[in-house]
Design a protein around this ligand. Structure first.
Ligand SMILES: Nc1ncnc2c1ncn2[C@@H]1O[C@H](COP(=O)(O)OP(=O)(O)OP(=O)(O)O)[C@@H](O)[C@H]1O
Length: 635
C-alpha cells in the first residue's frame, strides 16, 4: 500500500468500540424506457466510520441520495457490489430523508413521546429521554409547539430528534441543510458533529449526510468528504484539508481565494472538461483496490414489542384523527346535512309502503292506478335505500383517499427506521378506523332510516341488520381506499379520481339500474366482487324480505286478489288495445303480483328484483369475504 493512499486498512481501522461501513464496487442500475438500463451509481467504493461525520457532495442528480438509499438498505433491486460492516453487533440505522414528514397535528414533545415509546424496547424513563433529546438538539423553544408552526431549521432538528430518542448507531441524512440559511446550517452541522462525539452506550455514532455547496468554513468541519462526479463515480474521499493537495497532484490546482469545495464540484460537473473527473475517478478506483471489505453484512434487524406498539400507535392515531380540524367536523356535517336532504327529498312516508297485497286492494279504487302508484312509490324508496348505501360507500372511501397519502409517507419513514412492524401499524389503524367507521356513518344511517319511515316498528331486528350491512360496506370501502391510496401514494389526485370513477361501475352494476338477474352474463358475473350490489341486496331484503307481508302492520289483512273479478275479459281486451296503457308493463307487473297472492306473499320489490330472504345472509357473507380479501390486500 502506498503511503499516500486514501484508503487502506489504517484509514478505517476500528477497535471494539468503533465500527466502519465499507462499500466496494457498488453500482445501482434502474430500468429505462429508451436505453433499457440506466446506471445511476457506477462501481464506486468508499467507507464511513463511527465517531465521524461524512459529507457526500456532488452535482445535482449525480446519485447522492441513491447512494444513501443503497447504504441504508432502502434500495435493494438493481444494487450490485458489496456493503460490509466491521462488527457483528446489531446496529441501529436511522434514515432521515429530504422531506421531514412531521405530523402537523402533534407538538414536538408529543411526537417525541410517541417516538420514544415506539422505538425503545426497554422500559426506560421516557420523560427523561425526551428532555435530554430536546436539550441535545436545542429545540426547547419549539418543544410545545405543533410541528407545522416550527421553522425550517427547527423542523430539521425535530426530525433528527425523533430518530435520536432510540440512540441509533448510524444516522443517515439526505440534505439536512437544504432550505436553511448559513447560520442555521452551521448550527445544525455543529450539532451533528457533537452527536458523533457523544458515546452511544459505549459506541460512538456515525453520521453520513449529503450536502449541497457548503461554504469553505463549513466544508472544513467534516471529518471526511466523499465527492461524486456527474456520472455517479467517486472522485475523492478523504479529509477536506487534504483534498486540495490530492487534486494538485493530478494537475488540478484550486485557484487562490477559491472555495475548494466549489472547485471540486466544478470539476465533478465537468465544467473544467470531461477528462478531469474521469482521471480522478480512475485514480479512486485504483486506490480502492486496497480497501478491505469487512466480514459482516449490514442487515437491518428490527425488534418490536408488538402489543405495546399497537397500544401506542392506536393512541397516536386516535389523537391525530380527532385533531384533524377539517376531516372530522366536515365528515360529520356532510353526513348530517345529507340526512336533511334525504328526509326532505323522500319524505317521512317513503318507507311506509310494503309492496304487499294489502297495498293494492283498495275498495272502489281503480286497480291499475293504485298498482302504478304503489310501484312508483316502492321504486322511490328503493332509490332512497340505494342512496344511503352509496353515500355510506362514498363517505368512507373519501375519508381515506384524502387523508391516507399524507400519513403514508410518515408511515414509510417510521417503518423503514424500525419504529414498528406493518402488522402493528395496520392493527392500530383498523382499531381506530373501526371506531370512526362505526360512529360517523351512523350519523346518516340511523336518522335516514327512521326519518324516511323505513319499517322496523314491530321487528327491530330489520333495523339492526340494515345498520350492520351498511357498516360492513363502510369497512370494505375503507380497505379499498387504503389499497388505492397505497398504490397511488405519490398522486393523491389520481387516487381521488379513481375513487370517484369506481363509483360508476359499482353503482351501475349494483342492481339498482337493472336487476342483476337481467344483466348480460359477463356483467352479471362481475357483480360478485361488487360490494355495493351486496349492500343494496342485503339492506333491501332486511327491509322487505322475511315475511314482511305477514307482519305488515299497514291495514287489515285482505283476502287474496281475484284477478278475474277485478279485470274482466272485456277490460283486458280494452287494455291490450289501448294506446294509453303500456300493456306489456301492466302484464309484467300483474304476473309479478299474482305470484305473491299466496301464503308465500312477499313484497313486490322482492319479486321485481328477484331478491330472496337468503340473499341477506349471502350479502353479509360476501361483504365479510370482500372485507377479508381487501384487508389482506391492504397488508
Ligand atoms: N428509480 C429510478 N428510475 C430512473 N431514474 C432514477 C431512479 N432513481 C434515481 N434516478 C435518477 O438517478 C439520478 C440520481 O438521482 P439522485 O436522487 O440519487 O441524485 P442526487 O445526487 O441526490 O440529486 P439531488 O442532489 O438533486 O437531490 C437522477 O438523474 C434521477 O433522475
Amino acid at each position: 500500500m502506498s503511503s499516500n493512499n486514501i484508503y487502506g486498512t489504517n484509514g478505517i481501522n476500528v477497535n471494539d468500540q468503533s465500527f466502519a461501513v465499507v462499500w466496494k464496487d457498488l453500482s445501482y442500475r434502474v430500468k429505462h424506457r429508451i436505453i433499457k438500463e440506466k446506471t445511476i451509481i457506477n462501481g464506486i467504493s468508499g467507507y464511513f466510520r463511527s465517531g465521524q461525520i461524512t459529507a457526500i457532495l456532488g452535482p445535482s442528480g449525480c446519485g447522492k441520495s441513491s447512494l444513501l438509499n443503497c447504504l441504508a438498505g432502502i434500495k435493494k433491486k438493481g444494487v450490485f457490489g458489496s456493503i460490509s460492516i466491521s462488527t457483528r453487533k446489531k446496529l441501529k440505522i436511522a434514515v432521515i430523508g429530504q422531506e421531514d414528514h412531521l405530523d402537523p397535528r402533534l407538538t414536538v414533545r408529543e411526537a417525541l413521546n410517541y417516538a420514544s415509546r415506539l422505538k425503545n424496547l426497554e422500559n426506560i424513563d421516557h420523560k427523561h429521554n425526551i428532555e435530554i433529546t430536546i436539550k441535545r438538539l436545542d429545540i426547547e423553544s419549539c418543544a410545545d409547539v405543533r410541528a407545522k408552526r416550527c421553522s425550517g431549521g427547527q423542523r430539521k432538528r425535530v426530525s433528527i430528534a425523533l430518530e435520536l430518542v432510540s440512540r441509533p448507531n448510524i444516522l443517515i441524512l439526505d440534505e439536512p441543510t437544504s432550505g436553511l440559511d448559513v447560520a442555521t446550517t452551521w448550527q445544525l452541522i455543529n450539532t451533528l458533529l457533537d452527536l458523533t462525539q457523544q458515546s452511544q452506550k459505549g459506541q460512538p455514532m456515525a453520521v453520513v449526510a449529503t450536502i449541497h455547496q457548503p461554504s469553505g468554513k463549513l466544508f472544513n468541519l467534516f471529518h471526511s468528504v466523499y465527492i461524486m462526479s456527474y456520472d455517479g463515480q467517486c472522485i475523492y474521499q478523504g479529509t477536506p484539508q487534504s483534498m486540495v493537495n490530492f487534486m494538485a497532484q493530478y494537475g488540478m490546482k484550486c485557484p487562490k481565494f477559491h472555495n475548494p469545495s466549489d472547485y471540486i464540484l466544478e470539476v465533478a460537473s465537468k465544467e473544467h472538461g470531461i477528462g478531469k473527473p474521469m482521471l480522478l475517478a480512475s485514480i479512486m478506483k485504483i486506490e480502492a483496490l486496497d480497501l478491505i471489505a469487512h466480514p459482516y453484512k449490514i442487515t437491518p434487524h428490527f425488534k418490536y414489542n408488538t402489543t405495546s406498539d399497537i397500544w401506542t400507535l392506536s393512541k397516536r392515531t386516535f389523537v391525530l384523527s380527532y385533531r384533524d380540524i377539517w376531516m372530522l367536523p366536515l365528515r360529520s356535517a356532510a353526513h348530517l346535512a345529507t340526512v336533511g336532504l334525504l328526509v326532505g327529498f323522500w319524505g317521512p312516508e317513503s318507507g311506509k309502503l310494503s309492496g304487499c297485497p294489502d297495498n293494492f286492494v283498495v275498495d272502489g279504487a281503480d286497480f291499475v292506478k293504485t298498482f302504478e302508484e304503489v310501484g312508483d312509490k316502492l321504486n322511490e324508496n328503493f332509490g332512497c335505500i340505494c342512496f344511503i348505501v352509496m353515500f355510506t360507500w362514498f363517505g368512507a372511501i373519501f375519508a381515506v383517499l384524502l387523508t391516507f397519502p399524507a400519513e403514508m409517507h410518515t408511515f414509510l419513514k417510521e417503518y423503514r427506521n424500525g419504529w414498528y412492524s406493518i402488522y402493528s401499524y395496520y392493527m392500530a389503524k383498523v382499531l381506530v378506523d373501526v371506531f370512526w367507521q362505526l360512529t360517523i356513518p351512523l350519523l346518516l344511517i340511523i336518522p335516514a332510516f327512521v326519518g324516511t319511515g323505513q319499517y322496523w316498528e314491530t321487528e327491530r331486528w330489520r333495523f339492526y341488520y340494515f345498520i350492520g350491512i351498511c357498516l360492513l360496506l363502510a369497512l370494505s370501502s375503507t380497505s379499498m381506499g387504503l389499497i388505492v391510496s397505497a398504490y397511488l401514494m405519490n398522486s393523491p389526485t389520481a387516487a381521488a379520481f379513481l375513487g370517484i370513477i369506481t363509483a360508476f361501475p359499482l353503482f351501475l352494476f349494483s342492481g339498482f339500474m337493472i336487476p342483476v338477474k337481467d344483466m348480460p352474463n359477463g356483467f352479471r358475473h362481475s357483480t360478485w366482487g361488487n360490494f355495493v350490489r351486496f349492500a343494496l341486496e342485503g339492506t333491501t331484503t332486511a327491509i322487505y324480505g322475511f315475511n314482511r307481508c305477514r307482519s305488515d302492520p299497514i291495514g287489515p289483512k285482505k283476502a287474496p286478489i281475484d284477478w278475474g273479478s277485478l279485470i274482466t275479459e272485456q277490460q283486458m281486451t280494452a287494455i291490450l288495445a289501448s294506446d294509453h296503457i303500456n300493456a306489456d308493463a301492466l302484464m309484467n307487473t300483474m304476473s309479478l303480483f299474482s305470484g305473491q297472492v299466496s301464503d308465500e306473499a312477499q313484497s313486490v320489490i322482492m319479486t321485481k328484483m328477484d331478491y330472496h330472504d337468503d340473499d341477506m345472509y349471502r350479502a353479509i357473507a360476501m361483504l365479510m369475504l370482500i372485507l377479508v380479501v381487501l384487508k389482506v390486500g391492504t397488508e
